[in-house]
Ligand binder design. Structure first.
Ligand SMILES: Cc1cc2nc3c(=O)[nH]c(=O)nc-3n(C[C@H](O)[C@H](O)[C@H](O)COP(=O)(O)O)c2cc1C
Length: 154
């Protein structure tokens, strides 16, 4: 059986809850992608063009720092990566995460939560940060049944 990791970033808990149930179902280890500077509620205000998230997401080359780079990516064959959809892509901290490790030859399965939109351009954008990985589009806002399907996708 392949060794699996569920890595996730979650600013307000929705993606974290799904990550935990996916890790349970898949028998995977779990790792939280944490920013070096946590996001405050004000940072997450998408209605304010000057908020941290608005500024970061209007510049796709922004790379918010990570609290640590201690995920043992080399030990896993399949890495699920979960995130909230922000402005129709993944938060750029996911690019930071992908660019901070060697994902060559790894299978990456994406999942996300959103207020209703799909992956948008998240998948193609993330491929540029891990060109030597196989990146598979999983599911946005997966149902319990979808979680079971994702868990078997390695
Ligand atoms: C800065 C920001 C941008 C967002 N952009 C989108 C979006 O483009 N489409 C969408 O459906 N939801 C969007 N949302 C809603 C989040 O994707 C949704 O609330 C998600 O479940 C939050 O996950 P979390 O609790 O794991 O952080 C946005 C939320 C924030 C804070």
């Amino acid at each position: 059986m392949s060794k699996k990791l569920v890595a996730y970033f979650s600013a307000s808990g929705n993606t974290a809850a799904l990550a935990k149930s996916l890790a349970d179902k898949a028998g995977a280890d779990i790792y939280e992608i944490r920013p070096s500077v946590p996001y405050t509620n004000a940072d997450l205000n998408w209605q304010n063009k000057q908020s941290r998230s608005s500024i970061e997401m209007s510049d796709h080359s922004s790379r918010p720092g990570l609290a640590d780079t201690s995920a043992d990516i080399a030990a896993y064959d399949t890495i699920y990566i979960g995130f909230p959809v922000w402005w129709y892509i993944a938060p750029t901290i996911i690019n930071t995460f992908l660019e901070s490790y060697d994902f060559s030859g790894k299978k990456i399965i994406l999942f996300a939560t959103s207020g209703g939109s799909g992956f948008g351009k998240a998948v193609e954008n993330l491929r540029t940060s891990a060109p030597n990985a196989e990146i598979i589009e999983g599911k946005v806002n997966p149902s319990a049944k979808d979680i079971e399907v994702l868990a078997e996708m390695d």
